[in-house]
Design a protein around this ligand. Structure first.
Ligand SMILES: [Fe+2]
Length: 124
């Protein structure tokens, strides 16, 4: 059995050829550590420096949320599709959460696969 999750690169697990790609492919997440439950806040995602060409680019960024105490996770927060040569992987999302949890960012490079990072956020 093979799982999609096994194919997702994380900086701490990137080995071999992937180790050399982690700085340029791991989503950098800028988000507050603590927010007010239900109030909007911004999450900034940046990937790169990375080429932005038709033959090689970051094609999309996705955000998911693992909400503490929820029976089924994750919650899909957002997907941003990026047009090669026109749209850079530098994005700002406005999010609101009701409970504490973990935000996961996924970035997909058409040549170097899916890369993941995450941050914990406390909702009070
Ligand atoms: Fe790449």
């Amino acid at each position: 059995m093979s799982y999609l999750g096994d194919l997702i690169y994380k900086p701490e697990k990137a080995v071999g050829e992937a180790a050399g790609k982690k700085e340029t492919h791991t989503p950098k997440i800028k988000a507050p550590e603590k927010v007010k439950a239900g109030e909007p806040f911004t999450v900034e995602i940046e990937i790169g420096p990375h080429p932005n060409q038709a033959v090689h680019s970051i094609r999309y960024v996705q955000l998911f949320f693992k909400e503490e105490g929820r029976a089924f996770n994750p919650i899909h927060l957002a997907t941003a599709m990026l047009e090669p040569e026109y749209a850079d992987p530098k994005l700002v999302f406005t999010i609101r959460i009701k409970k504490s949890g973990t935000i996961y960012a996924l970035g997909y490079c058409n040549l170097h696969g899916l890369w993941e990072s995450s941050v914990n956020i406390k909702a009070e």
